[in-house]
Design a protein around this ligand. Structure first.
Ligand code: ADP
Ligand code: MG
Length: 683
């Protein structure tokens, strides 16, 4: 019964799982606290006293058991909302108990909700263990007698039976010595039941290192195996299309960083192995032209190429700019999105299958089953954080030999994160902006200063510039946000009436044609103001736009704010970003606004974002699962991660297939998620 609950509630299936259910803290059990000492600062407390009385009060959801508990110094109220029947059986007024739990205050009186409770045996000294582990548990488990302490007891019993050979070492001995790390068996014992704080910290360090190291070895192994064994299409030569574009049609001189990345790609695709490369470059760094030249390389070698964008707007924009360039060079290119009419669609599919069509641009419509290429040699994914891993995999399957993959993202990922989440990919970065760009000046304004902001917009428009005004759109409350957007639009209109001003509006609920028309009018400077939701967040390029106003900026995350800001500052004109917020700001929101007004550097912002939100929230890594460590945090344990990465690389350099005796154990671990012991199921 309990086993079933453990599985359901905590995902604990085996003894191994139980051992890996680490305590989240330890308490010094030699201490018994007094009720009179409790203050608002008291966290957990352990109290020995007598149960005076208890009663069940309230109805339905409010139904609860409230008990009065007394030690020598005062009264503590104990409350249970769940498992009342079970708790009731344990309680006997007049008897002595030891209670333990988090202390709270209600109406100035100390109380504990769902405390752990045991009978106090008179002769038994309280606080037997020096450092007693506390485990996370759930209300349901607690109600069935599996509170944080009971889990500790189970673990203790289990650990007493486990021998050193049951918890095999997986880190090579030389490495353990070099880094002075605890052995695995000992670490498991000590993370649960340490004799001292130092012992505990040593155990934690060892187990964190193990997690990070194993992950790094796995990633690096994948990459090196791809380098050695994968088969990929071969781009032997640089041909006429590439050269023609490069020599005659580039609208600007490439930056050094752009040239370097193109060289890296060129080297990759000429090896006969499959390229799997992540290209990072801050917003506006000029990734598109790199994509174009790479596609031409494919076409020069007789292959087709495909560029996939996350939104219809972006795909269309690529089609307009990239398409125009490619047509000059004489390379057939078409656009495929969900709103392409069926006659045109049919034609595209036909031309793709014969190989007549060389380059396909589009949205996720290009990964549909019906889309078949004659010889797809290259897939480029723009702004990859919008695509799931699975979608990427589907593109892969469109050719017999896997096409080269280039994944482009403007969401800067801190280095540590990148090597953890994307360690199996090769990595390029455009770390230089095209010349002549002026940094965007970012300011924070309150709602109450709106009319001043509008005056500023007016003066910029008078200089011939264009303006974005962005409203938040949060999915769960889409209806309300939509109404806000409409209100905002009317409001903007009141400040900027026709015919002196023309406004475009774009949002996710519009039909594609309407979206496109509004976008087009803005691009062609037919309208001066673009009122929009975040659908324009990624990629959109209107160099004449010089002001980005973000309404309710406190509702946006850092990377989103940075993306939005990246829509301006793309031309030679001085650009501005105005973050409009309400007067009351939470701490996190205040911090985000502060970061935005103090730096334009996407990588710096990404680092801060990682600190503020933790890795799970960083876009694009959410599905990867690569960051879900039990103990280690890639934010707090960056140093350890760095070491683990270096060690993994140097180990694989010496023994790429992990065949030497000292690495066999490690290899074995990489194959079993749980390690080599076949733990019996908990029954
Ligand atoms: P992103 O990396 O955000 O996709 P884009 O490729 O859209 O950036 O480029 C942003 C703008 O910079 C475009 O207007 C593009 O034409 C321009 N651009 C790109 N590379 C250069 C360069 N080397 N010199 C000048 N302008 C450039
Ligand atoms: Mg782009």
């Amino acid at each position: 019964m309990r086993a079933d609950l453990l599985k359901k509630e905590l995902n604990i299936f085996t003894f191994g799982d139980l051992l890996e259910h680490f305590p989240f803290r330890h308490i010094d059990r030699t201490k018994v606290n007094q009720v009179s000492e409790m203050t608002a600062e008291t966290d957990f407390a352990q109290v020995a006293g007598v149960l005076l009385s208890f009663e069940i009060i309230g109805q339905r959801a409010g139904k609860r058991l409230v008990a009065q508990f007394k030690d020598k110094t005062g009264i503590l109220e104990l409350t249970w909302f769940q498992g009342l029947n079970w708790v009731q059986k344990l309680l006997e007024p007049g008897r002595s108990y030891l209670v333990f739990g988090r202390v709270g205050f209600f109406n100035g009186k100390p109380q504990m909700v769902h405390p752990e409770l045991e009978l106090l045996v008179p002769d038994q000294p309280v606080g037997k263990n020096f450092l007693e582990p506390v485990y996370s548990t759930t209300e349901k488990l607690r109600a069935r007698g599996l509170g944080g302490r009971q889990i500790g007891k189970l673990t203790q019993v289990l650990l007493a039976q486990v021998r050193e050979k049951d918890i095999e070492e997986n880190i090579p001995g030389a490495l353990l010595q070099q880094l002075k790390l605890e052995g695995r068996y000992k670490a498991f014992q000590q993370i649960h039941f340490p004799q001292s704080e130092e012992e505990y910290l040593r155990a934690v360090k060892r187990l964190k290192f193990e997690e990070l190291f194993l992950a790094q070895v796995r990633m690096n192994l994948l990459r090196s195996q791809r380098h050695r064994f994968s088969r990929g299409v071969l781009f032997e030569k640089v041909g006429d299309f590439f050269n023609d574009c490069y020599k005659n049609h580039l609208p600007f001189e490439l930056t050094g960083a752009q040239k370097r990345v193109i060289r890296e790609i060129r080297a990759d695709t000429a090896t006969g192995k499959q390229m799997n490369r992540l290209l990072q470059g801050d917003v506006g760094s000029g990734k598109t032209i790199v994509a174009v030249l790479t596609m031409l390389l494919a076409v020069d070698n007789g292959f087709q190429a495909c560029l996939m964008a996350p939104t219809e707007i972006l795909a269309r924009q690529h089609y307009q700019s990239v398409g125009a360039l490619l047509e000059k060079i004489g390379v057939p290119v078409k656009l495929l999105t969900g709103s392409v009419k069926s006659a045109e669609r049919k034609k595209i599919l036909q031309e793709l299958s014969t190989g007549e069509l060389k380059i396909l641009l589009g949205t996720h419509a290009v990964i549909e089953e019906v889309v078949q290429f004659k010889n797809l040699g290259l897939v480029i994914i723009d702004e990859q954080h919008r695509f799931g891993v699975e979608q990427r995999a589907r593109l892969w399957k469109k050719a017999e030999t896997p096409p080269h993959m280039l994944v482009m993202t403007a969401t800067p990922i801190p280095r540590t994160l990148a090597m953890t989440a994307y360690g199996d990919l090769d990595y390029s970065v455009i770390d230089e902006l095209p010349p002549g760009r002026q940094p965007v000046t970012t300011v924070h304004r309150y709602e109450s200063q709106r009319s001043r902001v509008m005056d500023f917009i007016r003066s910029e428009i008078a200089k011939g510039r264009q303006v974005y005004i962005i409203f938040p759109l949060i999915e769960e409350s889409a209806k309300m946000d939509y109404e806000n957007l409409m209100k905002g639009y009317e409001n903007v209109k009141a400040y900027f009436p026709e015919p002196g001003y023309w406004i475009s509006m774009v949002h996710g609920k519009q039909p594609a044609e309407q979206k496109e028309l509004n976008m087009k009018r803005f691009v062609e400077q037919d309208t001066q103001i673009m009122v929009s939701t975040t659908v324009i967040e990624v990629g959109v390029n209107v160099p004449n736009a010089s002001v980005m106003v973000i309404e309710s900026a406190e509702k946006f995350g850092l990377s989103q704010l940075h993306q939005l800001r990246g829509r301006v500052g793309r031309g030679a004109e001085k650009s501005y970003c105005v973050l409009l917020t309400g007067s009351k700001l939470g701490n996190d929101a205040r911090e985000r606004i502060h970061i935005m007004t103090s730096t334009n550097n996407g990588f710096e912002i990404a680092e801060k974002d990682l600190e503020l939100r933790g890795p799970g929230e960083i876009e694009g890594t959410r599905q990867s699962g690569a960051l879900n460590f039990r103990l280690a945090s890639i934010v707090q344990d960056r140093d350890l991660l760095e070491i683990a990465g270096k060690m993994a690389v140097s180990l694989l350099e010496k023994d790429p297939d992990l065949v030497s005796a000292e690495n066999l154990q490690l290899k074995k671990f990489l194959h079993y998620r749980k390690g080599p012991v076949q733990w019996s199921k908990i029954a």
